[in-house]
Design a protein around this ligand. Structure first.
Ligand SMILES: Nc1ncnc2c1ncn2[C@@H]1O[C@H](COP(=O)(O)OP(=O)(O)OP(=O)(O)O)[C@@H](O)[C@H]1O
Ligand SMILES: [Mg+2]
Length: 262
């Protein structure tokens, strides 16, 4: 992706729950990863200030809890899911603040709802105002209220598509614990066009992932590319410097680009 971007262009970065937490467990955080990532973000923004919207996944602070809710359908279990992911969000925001950034949480449960099968986002102005003030809004996968079903799950990946579309993002990065989208031989596919996605066979996740894992992620990003002309890059955020490379527009960032044309 060429790097001749205007300073006011919005960057969207998602950090997967697979990076921030130990996904095969319940409520185990990777403190070192959160610290390293915060440091990389702070360094990148101090050298080249830009508007950044951060989204993070839930990992072990959401997927196992949401699975319990989806089976029980008890209000209490949905709220436990929210509490868990809010705890992870608090750790991410605090860590960013410790590295000198102004970061603020935006909890989807308080500003997004589902009506008539559609997701209604009421968080755009808030995000806009925060960006104008140089604040990094930090969103996360969450449970949201649904008119008919009680609650439904809104994934971090869905939020990435929403904010990237609404803010016409100049650069969209999705970090997980793998180097990109892997083919059957385990090699990274360097580029996928939205047209190719339909013919691909991608698995979900090796861990509990109530929002469809890699398969749904690629599908959503392909949709973002084809419907809104916004390409994205999927890369390994567990590896040091990759977030820094993403935020500084380094073309050597290794990963899978999901675009709309060859
Ligand atoms: N073809 C594939 N290429 C790459 N990863 C794949 C593939 N098929 C399945 N996966 C799995 O997808 C996982 C990443 O997706 P997953 O949803 O678990 O992570 P995440 O989005 O970072 O977490 P969260 O949903 O908590 O934010 C990888 O750890 C890998 O096991
Ligand atoms: Mg996921």
């Amino acid at each position: 992706m060429k790097e001749h971007r205007r300073a006011e262009e919005v960057y969207v970065l998602k950090i997967g729950g697979s990076v921030l937490t130990e996904k095969g467990t319940v409520r185990r955080v990777r403190k070192e990863a959160i610290k390293r990532i915060s440091e990389e973000i702070a360094l990148a923004l101090s050298t080249a200030p830009k508007k950044l919207i951060l989204v993070h996944g839930a990992g072990s602070y959401g997927h196992p809890q949401a699975k319990v809710y989806l089976e029980s359908r008890e209000v209490k279990d949905a709220l436990i899911t929210h509490e868990a992911v809010k705890e992870l969000n608090g750790m991410v925001v605090s860590s960013l603040m410790e590295f000198g950034l102004n970061a603020m949480p935006i909890h989807p449960l308080s500003g997004v709802e589902s009506k008539g099968g559609e997701i209604k986002y009421k968080i755009k102005e808030q995000i806009e105002m925060a960006l104008k003030m140089g604040i990094v809004p930090v969103l996360h996968g969450d449970v949201i209220l649904d008119e008919k079903e009680g609650f439904r799950i809104l994934s971090g990946d869905q939020l990435v598509v929403y904010v990237s579309r609404e803010f016409k993002a100049g650069r969209v990065g999705v970090g997980t614990d793998v180097d990109g989208v892997l083919n059957d031989e385990g090699e990274v596919i360097r580029r996928i066009t939205s047209a190719e996605v339909e013919e691909m066979s991608i698995e979900g996740s090796v861990h509990v992932d109530v929002t469809g894992g890699m398969k749904e992620k690629v599908f959503l990003l392909a949709k973002l590319a084809s419907e809104s002309n916004v390409p994205s890059i999927l890369f390994n955020a567990s590896k040091e410097s990759n977030i820094l490379k993403f935020l500084t527009g380094d073309e050597n960032l290794f990963g899978t680009v999901i675009g709309y044309k060859k």
